[in-house]
Write a protein that binds this ligand. Structure first.
Ligand code: SF4
Length: 308
């Protein structure tokens, strides 16, 4: 089974099929915060989250949405001179504001030249009824997906990482988004110190059986400026090797249904902040290692997918 030149359904493949050309994500900072940092749910955020949130590569929030899109387009035009764009609200919790503010920022984004889609990263506990209704409205106007940082299904881990919501909250969110035909992308992290391989693959099996449209796999990063870094210094824990990570990702690809879109197979750590795993800095090597192992095993996405 092949999707273009890959043995899995990549986002690149999927967007090219839908839009007929290279479609590029523009990472934006909408100036939002997070209830897990501002005291509403928690004060210090998830244990791996730094002061800059998830958007190490987003534009400066001092710029307007229009200016951020223009500068991102300009920057990325060296690599991809032509294409269409997805405006990606990446940093912190991008549904955590008033209806009017969200409406204005999303509208600004989709009104720019060449923008054909909208991607919104958020938390499942930040999808109030009026926000869901707003997303439904945008889903009718534009290609939309919503990203949810689940990371793991195991409550022993969610307490340690201070995620701040339980699995049933994610389940309610995905039900509400599915009910409105809004596509969901679920994030998972591999490498939590209290999880073994079976635990990690059980999280994959779980999301393989939810109606999530896409998935992102990340390594657990120990980065300077996070509480996880302080913890690691005092209690060094086992870090997955590159070979272990590749093998885990290939197992995961086999477990996903063939219609699920794989948005990411490994993360983008910031070199100057990254403590471990240092091997992730060579992203191309990790990706080619995954392709190599898929080929050697003569396997592909969905080979071991089971409904349960
Ligand atoms: S939910 Fe996201 S932005 Fe909020 S603390 Fe956790 S990782 Fe950071």
């Amino acid at each position: 089974m092949f999707w273009g030149d890959k043995r899995y359904r990549s986002l690149n493949y999927e967007l090219r099929n839908i839009f007929g050309t290279k479609t590029i994500k523009l990472s934006l900072d909408g100036g939002f915060t997070c209830p897990n940092r501002d005291g509403t749910v928690g004060n210090r955020g998830c244990i791996f989250c730094g002061e800059e949130g998830a958007g190490e590569f987003t534009s400066s929030k001092k710029l307007s949405i229009k200016e951020q899109i223009e500068s991102q387009k300009e920057f990325l035009s060296k690599k991809w001179p032509k294409g269409k764009y997805i405006a990606y609200f990446q940093n912190f919790t991008n549904t955590y504001s008033t209806y009017e503010d969200l409406n204005r920022k999303y509208m600004d984004a989709i009104s720019q030249d060449g923008v054909v889609g909208l991607a919104i990263a958020t938390r499942p506990d930040c999808l109030l009824e009026e926000v869901l209704n707003l997303l439904e409205k945008f889903n009718e106007k534009v290609f939309l997906w919503v990203e949810l940082g689940l990371q793991t299904i195991h409550s022993k881990t969610t307490k340690f990482i201070r995620r701040g919501y339980e699995l049933d909250c994610y389940e309610r969110a995905i039900t509400e988004l599915n009910r409105r035909n809004i596509k969901v992308v679920t994030h998972l992290i591999f490498g939590f110190s209290n999880e073994n391989r079976e635990d990690m693959l059980n999280s994959v099996k779980y999301i393989a059986n939810t109606n999530t449209w896409g998935v992102k796999f990340h390594n657990l990063y120990v980065q300077k400026g996070t509480d996880l870094c302080d913890y690691y210094v005092k209690n060094p824990f086992y870090i997955l090797s590159q070979d272990e990570y590749i093998s885990l990702v290939v197992d995961s690809i086999e477990l996903l249904p063939q219609n699920m879109v794989i948005h990411r197979l490994t993360g983008d750590g910031k070199k100057e902040l990254l403590i471990e795993p240092r091997w992730t800095l060579n992203k191309l090597k990790v990706l080619s290692g995954i392709d190599k192992e898929l080929k050697e095993r003569n396997t592909y996405q969905g080979k071991r997918f089971k409904l349960f």
